[in-house]
Write a protein that binds this ligand. Structure first.
Ligand code: ADP
Ligand code: MG
Length: 153
C-alpha cells in the first residue's frame, strides 16, 4: 500500500508521525520488531516526523538530530512494545557499522519499534517488511511524504 501526503509546516509533519505511532501502538503484537525506514534529503523532515512519532508513543524525552550518536534507545510503556530505537545513518560509511551495534537482535525483538533515518544507506540489511517513508522537499515549508507498507504493494 502506498499513501501520499503533503504537509505545509513542521507541525503537520509531526502530527502525521504521531498518527502513525498511535496506529502501530494499537495493532496486534508483531512477530518481530516494527521497523520504519525514513528516506530523503537533508531537511526533508525525517527528524521532525520522528518527534511527533515519539509523542505518539508517549515518550517525553526530546528526539534530536543525533550528530555524533548513531543510535539512541527510549523506553516506552505500551502493551506490546518496550523500546523505541532511533537510528541515524547519515554519518555511517557502511551497513556493517549498524550491524556492529546489534541491529539484527534489535530488529528481531517484537517488543521494539525501530526508526532508521537515511535508511537507503542500509537497505541491504533492512527487514523485508520495513515501512518505508520518503520525504521530498517541495519548497521551504511544503513536503511530500510517501508511506509504503508491504513493500508498496
Ligand atoms: P531531516 O531529519 O530529514 O534532515 P529535519 O526534520 O531535521 O529533516 O528538518 C526539517 C526542517 O525543515 C526543519 O528545520 C523544519 O522546521 C523545516 N520544515 C519546514 N516545513 C516543514 C514541513 N512541512 N515538514 C517538516 N519540516 C519542515
Ligand atoms: Mg534528521
Amino acid at each position: 500500500m502506498v499513501q501520499k501526503y503533503f504537509t505545509n509546516n513542521p507541525s503537520q509533519t509531526r502530527k502525521l508521525g504521531k498518527l502513525l505511532a498511535e496506529e502501530i501502538s494499537k495493532t496486534a503484537p508483531p512477530k518481530e520488531a516494527v521497523v520504519i525506514g525514513l528516506e530523503g534529503d537533508l531537511g526533508g523532515g525525517k527528524t521532525t516526523f520522528l518527534k511527533g512519532f515519539a509523542r505518539g508513543l508517549k515518550i517525553s524525552k526530546k528526539i534530536l538530530s543525533p550528530t555524533f550518536v548513531i543510535m539512541k534507545r527510549f523506553v516506552i510503556k505500551n502493551r506490546n512494545f518496550k523500546n523505541f530505537y532511533h537510528i541515524d545513518c547519515y554519518r555511517i560509511e557502511e551497513p556493517k557499522e549498524i550491524l556492529n551495534l546489534g541491529f539484527k537482535e534489535i530488529v528481531s525483538n517484537p517488543q521494539n519499534i525501530v526508526a532508521v533515518e537515511w535508511a537507503d544507506r542500509i537497505r541491504k540489511i533492512l527487514p523485508k517488511d520495513t515501512i518505508i517513508i520518503q520525504f521530498e522537499f517541495i519548497n521551504e515549508n511544503k513536503r511530500e511524504i510517501v508511506l509504503k507498507l508491504n513493500n508498496g504493494k
